[in-house]
Design a protein around this ligand. Structure first.
Ligand code: RTP
Ligand code: MG
Length: 137
């Protein structure tokens, strides 16, 4: 059984997509193992996206990610890292397959509704950024 971190970004919360996104996860057979809503400080957003430090979009991305409440979740299931990224669609919504979350709801390469860990090691680090083992059911 694999775990991954999912985030409904500030634009997803603003667009009232929390229920729709969770519905898609559950319909795909993915289990929600932990969940909370919070608002990141700028420094916390920079810490979470530390791998992107120095990239041209880093300032704007961390401003955006600290601009409003987000929903963070631990998803659990077989092959869930890949399955979640498939449900999300490509980073750039214009390249995302029809029926994916980003194709259906995003209208900006940065404000793209959701985040999902990209590999087992990053999933572990990202889950630990928000949750202790005791928070995960
Ligand atoms: P994420 O980490 O949020 O799940 O998205 P991802 O793997 O599909 O994309 P990644 O390359 O890790 O980039 C992280 C987030 O940065 C924003 N971004 N903006 N303006 C740009 O060219 C650009 N490129 C990336 C997006 O919000 C992306 O999800
Ligand atoms: Mg990424």
């Amino acid at each position: 059984m694999e775990r991954t971190l999912s985030i409904i970004k500030p634009d997803g919360v603003e667009k009232k997509l929390i229920g729709e996104i969770i519905r898609r996860f559950e319909a795909a057979g993915i289990r929600i193992a932990a969940m909370k809503m919070l608002r990141l400080t700028k420094a916390e957003a920079e810490g979470f996206y530390a791998v992107h430090r120095g990239k041209p979009f880093f300032e704007s991305l961390t401003d955006f990610m600290s601009s409003g409440p987000i929903v963070v979740m631990v998803l659990e299931g077989e092959d869930v890292i890949r399955k979640n990224r498939e449900l999300m669609g490509a980073t750039n919504y214009k390249e995302a397959k029809p029926g994916t979350i980003r194709a259906d709801f995003a209208s900006d390469i940065e404000k793209n509704i959701v985040h999902g860990s990209d590999a087992p090691e990053t999933a572990r680090t990202e889950i630990a950024y928000f949750f202790s083992e005791m928070d995960i059911c």
